[in-house]
Design a protein around this ligand. Structure first.
Ligand code: SAH
Ligand code: SF4
Ligand code: F3S
Length: 488
């Protein structure tokens, strides 16, 4: 137990394991005449995406490349980085694992690795041991930096290796390889774990105790990212507002301000914010810097003060709405998104009405809505007497969705006629010649480039990470359309 710092000795062990795996894969590849490849599947939140960037970084250092499905070949290592936040996320994993059994029949070299939050839930590990003996390696998210040694063990001993511990490690991210998956966007975890223990949530069990990264090390990383040309940074944590540095002497506003001062970045984003910890100062910073995203993700979870208490969310709707109102008055063009759970144990129709009311009052620009899913080991999972029948949950969920869909559409319509600054993310999947990007308020925009603005020889990819202005001329339920006015 406890929080352990990953030392330079640990990183040395990691590098040695990577070097020896590199030799091994090179030798085996020349024996069989084809290179070794990996395939990675990431579920869950941006923290998992960030972890996957580190795992891919390690794969690359081992000399592996990503398997190209078009090659018709099967990968040699399949890694599943799992999420445990809701039951359906777990169902997907076990469904997929069955599929990989078939791949293993085709490629005898195949190594199957399962890591991520699900591996901190005993039942899941037990199920893998019992029903999926062909899974080669299991480890938990806190042991990410040990992946190379564990993989080496697994290849050596040729039986299932399970490494799930109780320690919460914190590594200096500048020492580990990171293969960033977006040309313009860098995910920067500033803290790991969570201490809030909302009674429905598995994250504190899966990710361990809250631990903040060293302030100077984050600043160094940001400077490097600026030098490397990254335009958007996303500061990540389960509750970024309780960031304290590794010495407890720093604050999130201090970090956010330091990031916003770096003019090389055109967008600074952060998530998630817990309503109990979001300070007015953060809203102030969002209002004061042009490179700050004007979007706030502020999960409300429920509109019932009674349920918020049972959820162990220490704020009430009056306090929540005070923050919303402050944000709306300081940043009138901004957007607020939220997370909402429907059907938490004991939720009455009156509680649910409270949720509909807060959604109407806050006029959320978008929302992630979830049906309550009991998670093993959490307090709420033991409230079985209060579980809400499935049909009641789905009926309420439908009503909430309809309300929110209307609000999202309204929020999109309100953008029509405006000229917005867009960070271009690349070619849209909707049609050729259409680019996609986001406004400062995180609205998704698909737009065309008028002939007069087209630069000969410039492909959609070249626009990725550039800023432009777009005149919005149409709203759809989940996105907006427009025409580029100028490339910045
Ligand atoms: N740390 C973030 C949330 C991480 S989990 C925060 O506190 O804002 C993302 C969302 O999943 C939560 O906000 C919650 O709405 C939802 N969620 C978590 N546990 C859940 C459960 N057991 N059932 C349904 N939804 C859940
Ligand atoms: Fe889960 Fe609550 Fe922590 Fe968010 S703050 S990760 S919902 S326990
Ligand atoms: Fe899922 Fe773990 Fe994130 S449980 S939501 S991947 S922290």
């Amino acid at each position: 137990m406890g929080i352990i710092k990953v030392t330079s000795d640990d990183i040395k062990v990691q590098s040695e394991a990577i070097a020896s795996l590199r030799d091994y894969f090179t030798m085996r590849a020349s024996e069989r005449g084809t290179a070794f490849t990996y395939d990675i599947h990431t579920y869950g939140c941006q923290l998992n995406e960030s972890d996957s960037e580190k795992l891919i970084g390690m794969f690359q250092q081992m000399g592996l490349t990503e398997n190209d499905p078009a090659s018709g070949k099967e990968p040699d290592i399949v890694l599943l980085n799992t999420c445990a936040v809701r039951e359906n996320a777990e169902d997907r994993l076990f469904g997929n694992l069955g599929e990989f059994k078939k791949v293993k029949k085709v490629n005898k070299d195949l190594t199957i690795v399962v890591c991520g939050c699900m591996m901190k839930v005993e039942e899941n590990v037990a199920r893998i041991k019992k029903s999926f003996p062909y899974v080669d390696l299991v480890f938990d998210p806190q042991q990410l930096h040990r992946f190379p040694e564990l993989l080496k063990d697994s290849l050596n001993i040729k039986k299932q290796v399970i490494n799930v511990g109780t320690e919460d490690y914190i590594a200096d991210d500048s020492l580990v390889p990171i293969a960033r998956q977006r040309k313009f966007r860098a995910l920067v975890p500033i803290m790991y774990g969570c201490n809030n223990f909302c009674t429905y949530c598995i994250v504190p069990y899966a990710r361990g105790r809250e631990r903040s990264r060293d302030f100077d090390s984050i600043i160094e990383e940001l400077k490097t990212l600026a030098d490397q040309g990254y335009k958007e940074i996303m500061l990540l944590g389960q509750n970024v507002n309780s960031y304290a540095g590794d010495d407890g002497k720093h604050t999130f506003p201090e970090l956010l301000r330091a990031a916003a001062e770096m003019k090389e970045f055109s967008r600074i984003r952060f998530m998630s914010s817990h309503p109990k910890d979001l300070s007015d100062e953060v809203i102030d910073i969002m209002a004061s810097y042009k490179n700050m995203e004007t979007h706030l993700h502020l999960p409300v979870q429920s509109g019932s003060d009674r349920l918020l208490k049972i959820m162990n969310r220490p704020y009430n709707i009056e306090q929540y709405m005070r923050t919303v109102d402050l944000f709306r008055s300081r940043i009138p063009d901004g957007a607020i998104s939220t997370d909402i759970i429907v059907g938490f144990p004991g939720e009455t129709e009156e509680d649910f009405q409270g949720t509909l009311d807060v959604v109407k009052a806050a006029r959320f620009d978008s929302a992630f809505t979830f049906q309550y899913s009991p998670r093993p080991g959490t307090k709420a999972a033991a409230m079985t007497d209060d579980f809400i029948p499935h049909d009641v949950v789905t009926e309420r969920f439908g009503r909430l969705l309809e309300l929110q869909n209307n609000l999202t559409f309204e929020s999109n319509k309100a953008r029509i006629g405006k000229v917005e600054e867009i960070l271009i993310e690349g070619e849209s999947s909707t049609a050729p010649d259409i680019l996609t990007g986001r406004t400062r308020s995180n609205h998704l925009v698909n737009f065309t480039i008028p002939e007069s603005l087209k630069i000969p020889g410039m492909t959609a990819n070249d626009y990725e990470g550039r800023l432009c202005t777009v005149k919005i001329d149409n709203a759809r339920p989940y996105s907006i359309d427009g025409v580029m006015e100028s490339l910045l």
